[in-house]
Design a protein around this ligand. Structure first.
Ligand code: AMP
Ligand code: TRP
Length: 332
């Protein structure tokens, strides 16, 4: 049995991509692994969110985790900032990370854009803190969406650099766990960009706060094309928006893209969209209802975070003492 670590930024607008790419997988994996699910509030600071918003988003995301099926009796849920080991280890690892490795990170390039000189150091060092998140627990498996693949390769490189530098076999090289279906859910408005929390258009994403009417409206407005659905996804290679909706349907109904295309072959999108809307509402509405119930009991949410933080602190602190020993820092 391995140990899972994964995290999500408490930045609001939790969406279908987060669920299908990450959270749904966590729910399944927690049954077989000791699991740490973190709200990476320090990572969220890289975009300087409004303090009161950041605070309320943390509780909201805990409610999403619980409503989607994370079991707080089995798994540990906690805010990153509650465990100081993440920052301490982040520094140690940053001393082992060549700038050349960070310069390759496409997420930094995308987020910094043309204003690279103005981008903050936190945004640049973001993947090193991510490495510390995972390695502080000596986690073996990291379930994430496809956009995190490059960061996880870097985490493995950094873990390897540490083991080599100090001639130890201390950090396991963590395995990314990326599902095949819906590892990358795309925007409903543009099939060439991923569904994201920060897209200015709400019509680009299905959010967990959306009620059935909002879901129906967003799917009705979702971009498609006038051609009928082909029986073979290869024949639809250039129809990105169409493929995205079919992929979402497949992920929600646990079917391959091939099977979905065969089921709807020859039909137009108006019929398919009705079916997709039903499936989305059947999946998301019970989660939304449960979220509302959890959010009415903030004391319970805080108690869950407290328990998770305690466990996370204990484990990370044990590891930090060993790490300090390895690198030659005194344990005061
Ligand atoms: P973030 O929204 O950046 O905090 O991402 C949290 C988790 O959701 C990570 O594991 C991401 O890889 C995953 N994720 C984010 N956007 C998508 C998407 N459009 N499709 C699939 N997975 C996603
Ligand atoms: N960078 C991840 C994202 O944007 C969030 C994250 C931070 C994370 N630390 C992590 C994911 C550790 C997995 C493991 O989605």
């Amino acid at each position: 049995m391995g140990r899972i670590f994964s995290g999500l930024q408490p930045t609001g607008n939790f969406h279908l991509g987060n669920y299908l790419g990450a959270l749904r997988n966590w729910v399944a994996m927690q049954k077989e692994h000791e699991s740490f699910f973190c709200l990476v509030d320090l990572h969220a600071l890289t975009t300087l969110p409004e303090p009161s918003k950041l605070r309320s988003n943390v509780r909201e995301i805990v409610a999403v985790y619980l409503a989607a099926g994370i079991d707080p009796e089995r798994s540990y849920i906690f805010p990153q900032s509650a465990v100081s080991a993440h920052c301490e280890l982040g520094w140690i690892l940053s001393c082992l990370t060549p700038l050349g490795w960070l310069n390759r990170m496409t997420q930094f390039k995308e987020k910094a854009g043309k204003q690279r000189e103005q981008a903050n150091l936190g945004l640049y060092a973001y993947p090193v803190l991510q490495a510390a998140d995972i390695l502080a627990y000596r986690a073996t498996h990291v379930p994430v969406g496809e956009d995190q693949k490059q960061h996880l390769e870097l985490v493995r490189d950094i873990a390897g650099a540490f083991n080599r530098q100090y001639q130890v076999d201390y950090f396991p090289l963590p395995e990314p766990v990326i599902l095949k279906t819906a590892a990358r859910v795309m925007s409903l408005r543009d099939g060439s960009v991923k569904m994201s929390k920060s897209d200015p258009s709400e019509y680009s994403r299905i959010q967990f706060s959306d009620d059935p009417d909002a879901i129906a409206l967003k799917i009705r407005k979702a971009k498609t094309d006038p051609d009928p659905i082909a029986g073979d996804p290869k024949a639809m290679e250039n129809r990105l928006e169409a493929l995205n909706l079919l992929g979402i349907y497949g992920a929600l109904s646990d079917q391959s893209l091939d099977a979905v295309c065969r089921e709807f072959e020859g039909q137009n999108f108006s019929h398919f969209k009705q079916k997709l809307t039903e499936l989305l509402i059947n999946t998301l509405e019970p989660i939304r209802q449960k979220m509302t119930v959890f959010l009415k009991n903030p004391e319970r949410l805080d108690a869950i975070l407290e328990k998770g933080s305690q466990k996370a602190r204990d484990l990370a602190c044990t590891h930090m003492n060993e790490i300090k020993d390895i690198v030659g820092l005194l344990k005061a």
